[in-house]
Design a protein around this ligand. Structure first.
Ligand SMILES: [Zn+2]
Length: 234
């Protein structure tokens, strides 16, 4: 009797398993509710896949005449007339053409491109140490004459990335550079009434210089009267 009951139990389990199996086989497959598209949000992709792999940048130097910018001047400061960056140069007229431009810190080149309006441009992403704000910046180095780096390349602090240019004679020689606290803003216009996402370059350098933070930055800001003949975006 007991063996007949266990035989029937085994048979019942088999039939049940077969029925469930057939049911799964014939049931329509569920459709994912979030259908992936071909478009990838660059900021999300950067945060998830690139930022964690970047070196931590805990010291920052000036882009011209590092580490303190001795001999460089600021010909157009941040936010004057809506300026979203700073213009730096080392000599009046075009005498600064070919002046080396250096990476502020250890970082990763996100863009190296020959634009039209901004000359050659290099964008470098820098990851700040944990607990620092913002967690990263993307720095735009614009109006370059030559570029020494390629997109996707890692660079070191103080590594030469290009030279100061003049956008094929549109301006006098200067470096226009911007510090952005997000990626993917593109070239931008250089000027805007809104500054969301942009940081003051000198202010950023001073805040994140590292152990040498007590040394002041040396570039002086030329007054409007002093700027005559010097390279700016005008
Ligand atoms: Zn500028």
């Amino acid at each position: 009797m007991a063996s007949r009951i266990s035989y029937l139990l085994v048979l019942a389990v088999w039939i049940g398993a077969l029925w469930i199996g057939l049911d799964f086989a014939t049931r329509p497959k569920p459709v994912p509710t979030a259908v992936p598209t071909t478009e990838v949000d660059w900021a999300d992709f950067f945060a998830a896949n690139i930022l964690p792999n970047l070196p931590v940048a805990d010291e920052f130097d000036t882009p011209l005449r590092p580490p303190d910018g001795a001999g460089a001047v600021i010909t157009l400061p941040f936010l004057e007339e809506g300026h979203l960056g700073e213009d730096w140069t080392t000599a009046p007229g075009d005498a600064a053409l070919g002046e080396p431009v250096y990476s502020l810190s250890d970082g990763w080149v996100s863009v190296a491109w020959d634009s039209s309006g901004f000359g050659k441009v290099v964008f470098i992403c820098y990851r700040l140490a944990d607990g620092r704000y913002p967690p990263f910046v993307e720095v735009m180095y614009a109006q370059l004459q030559e570029i020494d780096v390629a997109a996707g390349q890692f660079v070191k602090r103080g590594q030469k990335i290009g030279t100061v240019g003049n956008a094929n004679g549109t301006y006098k020689a200067h470096l226009h550079w911007e510090v952005r606290q997000t990626v993917g803003l593109g070239l931008g216009a250089g000027f805007d009434s809104r500054r969301d996402g942009w940081l003051g370059p000198s202010e950023f350098l001073q805040a994140h210089r590292g152990d040498r933070f007590k040394q002041p930055l040396l570039p002086r800001v030329l007054t409007k009267e002093q700027r005559d003949g010097w390279g700016t975006d005008y």
